[in-house]
Design a binder for this molecule. Structure first.
Ligand SMILES: Nc1ncnc2c1ncn2[C@@H]1O[C@H](COP(=O)(O)OP(=O)(O)O)[C@@H](O)[C@H]1O
Ligand SMILES: [Mg+2]
Length: 170
């Protein structure tokens, strides 16, 4: 495999409590642009939906909009600064063919910002430009999570993510 296709870790940080995760989501949401796609990955309870609420706030989604886990609805959409914020959860999606029924590929190319929980269940459908945001539990620190952001090299994310680092979030 070409080394150019190896994802690189552009940012990693410790999120000591749920508030830190929310704040990080807000800051990330502020730099998102129409056309961006994000894979929110990590185990159940890692904080993917919690982070997505921060993204929504950073994207100026109406604070009264209720962003719950779309595990059963699969997809929710909210008007935002960049058009539409699409929040999806593919946890219960059985097979890749169901992505077509869901209109997933239309959504990916519709503009707006797309954040997808459990997208890694269908790894080969990630776009080369997708920002991969991974949350993990931390043993013996129930309120803490680790966060890593991965991209393919040279897709324009590094510079933007560097601005997040400059905010002191590392
Ligand atoms: N540092 C943290 N960041 C995010 N969530 C946390 C953190 N510490 C504890 N939590 C809790 O973990 C749970 C995460 O739930 P949720 O966001 O629905 O996870 P997921 O969508 O990954 O399954 C929430 O109840 C949240 O309050
Ligand atoms: Mg969730």
């Amino acid at each position: 495999m070409s080394t150019e296709l190896e994802p690189i870790l552009v940012l990693s940080t410790d999120l000591p409590d749920p508030e830190a995760t929310h704040r990080f989501g807000v800051e990330l949401g502020r730099i998102l642009l129409s056309g961006d796609t994000l894979a929110l990955i990590g185990p159940l309870g890692a904080g993917k939906t919690h982070l997505a609420r921060g993204l929504a706030a950073g994207l100026e989604v109406d604070p009264d909009a209720c962003l719950t886990s779309p595990t059963f609805t699969l997809m929710a959409q909210f008007p935002c600064r960049e058009g539409i914020f699409y929040h999806l959860d593919l946890y219960r999606l059985g097979h890749e063919s169901a992505l077509w029924e869901l209109g997933f590929f239309d959504v990916l190319h519709a503009g707006g910002v797309v954040a997808v929980e459990w997208w890694d269940n269908f790894l080969d459908t990630l776009l080369p430009s997708t920002l991969v945001v991974r949350l993990d539990l931390v043993p013996e620190r129930p309120e803490a999570r680790t966060l890593g952001i991965w991209t393919l090299p040279a897709d324009g994310w590094e510079e933007r993510v560097r601005r997040l680092r400059a905010l002191g979030l590392r």
